[in-house]
Design a protein around this ligand. Structure first.
Ligand code: FE2
Length: 289
């Protein structure tokens, strides 16, 4: 049986993994090791992958149901599984920093968990890097599992029973207007504030830029708690910043990690990454539905 080599990247989470070529024909044994590593490390970087869209989608399906990319789906009703991250278009041309599409992606520079605003949020995101900027463009990650474990007992007990409303239009409107059809496709959704990994029982809280309020609380009290929890998870020593190399394929666990892009000069550099996501297993509640 082939054995993955796993090298931790940060005290709290993250690992660099070698010994597997990611595609749809991984053995069950290697796939089980990858699943275990996701549950344990939350962030996995597989360097030097010879990735393509076809291999990525096949690998994505091994981990679960691919998630429909919400921007295309919300605007047009068309299901695609890939989101392009960066400024390189399908025809190879680039969009500069003044382009609305480039600007729209700056919403990703706020700490967030992908798809936390969906009724069923994502399990993992999978992101291979094909072209990376020579400067900037790192992605920072932080663990809400480690942050939950650090909480004082009284705060941990206080947040355990709470829920939290996640709202894409609330968060993205801070940087750019959201297409009306897209907005209508993503009504605000209530999730548990504290979630538990079903495989290992470890708990974490679940906040980020899409977290708008605590149902039943005033706006100011909600904001105080959500900002405090975000701050506690993202102190400088809690962060692992991933400096991308072309050929990296990264998988991260959206159930318990936050991330944010650091920005780069889109007029100077090319950046091309292709993202897929896997649908999670916990369903939230859309109020009024
Ligand atoms: Fe993201």
């Amino acid at each position: 049986m082939s054995q993955l080599e796993i090298e931790p990247l940060h005290d709290d989470f993250g690992a660099r993994v070698t010994g597997a070529a990611l595609s749809g024909d991984l053995s069950d044994a290697v796939l089980a090791q990858i699943r275990d590593a996701i549950d344990r490390y939350s962030f996995l970087c597989f360097p030097g992958q010879d990735m393509t869209d076809e291999k990525q989608l096949a690998f994505t399906r091994l981990l679960g149901e691919p998630e429909a990319e919400h921007v295309t789906f919300g605007k047009t009703g068309r299901v695609t599984y890939f989101g392009t991250v960066g400024n390189v278009q399908d025809d190879g041309s680039t969009k500069g920093s003044a382009d609305p599409g480039t600007h729209y992606q700056t919403g990703n520079e706020l700490w967030h968990s992908d798809s936390s605003f969906r009724e069923v949020p994502s399990f993992v995101s999978i992101l291979p890097a094909y072209e990376v900027p020579g400067e900037g463009g790192a992605t920072a990650f932080a663990s809400m599992r480690a942050a939950y474990a650090r909480l004082p007992d009284d705060l941990r007990a206080a947040i355990d029973p709470l829920t939290v409303l996640h709202d894409y239009v609330f968060s993205r409107s801070r940087v750019a207007p959201v297409d009306p059809n897209h907005a209508a496709s993503l009504p605000p959704v209530v999730h548990k504030l504290v979630r538990q990994n079903p495989a290992n029982g470890l708990r974490n809280y679940y906040v980020g830029s899409h977290a708008r309020s605590i149902p039943g609380w005033s706006g100011i009290d909600s904001r105080r708690l959500l900002d405090d929890l975000l701050e506690r998870a993202t102190r400088p020593q809690d962060i692992y910043a991933h400096h991308w190399q072309a050929g990296d394929t990264v998988i991260w666990d959206n159930r318990c990690l936050l991330h944010r892009g650091a920005g780069y000069d889109a007029d100077r550099w090319r950046r091309r990454m292709r993202q897929t996501r896997v649908v999670g297993s916990e369903k939230g509640v859309v109020p009024g539905s």
